[in-house]
Design a binder for this molecule. Structure first.
Ligand code: COA
Length: 163
């Protein structure tokens, strides 16, 4: 952890996460296609985990999930590989980028199945939005992600009528 203007900050690498989940028959329709809602549930879960890590254990809730496009089908027996990383923070809100790959375990081929941007908000013990650490950026990639995240956040807040 390092400090900026006296406030603690955290690096994206301190909260990033990956999870791998095998898709089972109960996750899919009768033809074997995994439900979008099942994938969305895992996206929401991992975004919450990253947000909670960044917020130092505060309660976090999902404020929004940007439009999510399912690029490729995911089937029963595939491994869903979900990785998530914080891209941008404001006072209490943060944007998490979540990437979803599907691995065919018969031949280990992988496809990019979806990408989502999730906004999580940290709450204090009274359920009110609370301040979170700023983001420490060590390289140009982090800075690029941050400025792109800022543009997306401004646009989603405008769409939500929040600015
Ligand atoms: C998200 C929530 C806490 C925001 O509360 P609020 O009373 O609108 O509070 P504020 O207007 O002060 O906003 C707090 C933060 O949330 C952000 N926010 C609010 N609505 C947002 C939206 N639609 N998209 C992105 N960020 C949003 C604000 O920009 C602000 O961020 P900042 O502190 O970093 O500047 C509140 O709407 C809520 O509890 N929603 C339900 C969350 C939930 O239960 N999710 C699970 C799925 S149902």
């Amino acid at each position: 952890m390092s400090f900026h203007s006296g406030e603690p900050g955290k690096r994206p690498t301190e909260s990033e996460a990956e999870m791998i989940v095998m898709m089972l028959p109960s996750d899919a329709n009768p033809k074997g296609n995994v439900f979008g809602g099942v994938i969305l549930k895992h996206v929401d879960l991992i975004a919450g985990l990253v947000a909670k890590r960044h917020s130092g254990g505060a309660n976090v809730v999902t404020a929004s999930i940007d439009r999510m496009v399912f690029l490729k089908p995911v089937f029963i027996g595939n491994a869903l590989i979900i990785s998530a990383r914080i891209t941008y923070v404001r006072r209490s809100s943060m944007e998490i980028e979540v990437n979803v790959e599907a691995e065919d375990l018969d031949d280990n081929s992988k496809v990019h199945a979806a990408t989502a941007f999730v906004t999580m908000v940290a709450l204090d013990k009274y359920g009110k939005p609370t301040k979170i650490p700023h983001l420490i950026m060590d390289n140009d990639n982090d800075k690029k992600r941050y400025s792109e995240g800022e543009l997306r956040m401004n646009s989603r807040l405008k769409d939500a009528g929040k600015v």
